[in-house]
Design a protein around this ligand. Structure first.
Ligand code: FES
Length: 163
């Protein structure tokens, strides 16, 4: 049996175990991505090294493999985040349809650069790879909700609605 860290509350273990149960025992490491998402959500939107180490132990895999997954995929963050995440797609369809303009607009209006959090902690501005919504570019993932065909004005309305 793997030691279970104090950071793994019973609720979190249960949620991770539900993903592990979807795979045969020798494939339990397949749960690493959903498990990282669960831990990130429980930790205010970002992953600490300690959390990743604990997850590695829990899934009986090398820590470095967990770090690799967490750094490869844009949905994981390894630094503290704002209360919300505004993720603007910067892949080709969105670029051709104004995503740069969206980013510049947010940077100027809210005084924040890509990768930074607003001074009031309201949101972190991120650039992400294709969100799979290319037909309705430019696309933005706001927390976990997709928004498409955005203009600076419609993006403003979304941001203004954030607490
Ligand atoms: Fe932006 Fe695909 S290029 S959603």
């Amino acid at each position: 049996d793997v030691d279970k860290s104090e950071l793994f509350t019973p609720e979190i273990r249960e949620a991770i175990d539900a993903h592990i149960a979807k795979y045969p025992p020798e494939w339990q490491q397949s749960a690493v991505m959903p498990a990282l998402s669960i831990l990130q959500d429980a930790n205010g939107g970002w992953l600490t090294t300690e959390l990743m180490d604990d997850l590695a132990a829990y899934l009986d895999m090398p820590s470095v493999s967990v770090y690799e997954v967490a750094t490869f995929y844009g949905m994981y963050d390894l630094e503290p985040q704002g209360r919300h995440k505004v993720c603007v797609c910067n892949s080709i369809s969105c670029l051709l349809n104004g995503s740069e303009e969206l980013i510049e607009h947010v940077e100027h209006k809210y005084g924040v650069k890509v990768g930074e959090t607003t001074a009031d902690g309201r949101f972190t501005l991120k650039e992400v790879e294709c969100l799979g919504a290319c037909r309705d570019a430019p696309a933005v993932l706001l927390d976990k909700v997709y928004h498409e065909k955005l203009t600076p004005e419609s993006l403003d309305r979304l941001i203004d609605g954030l607490e």
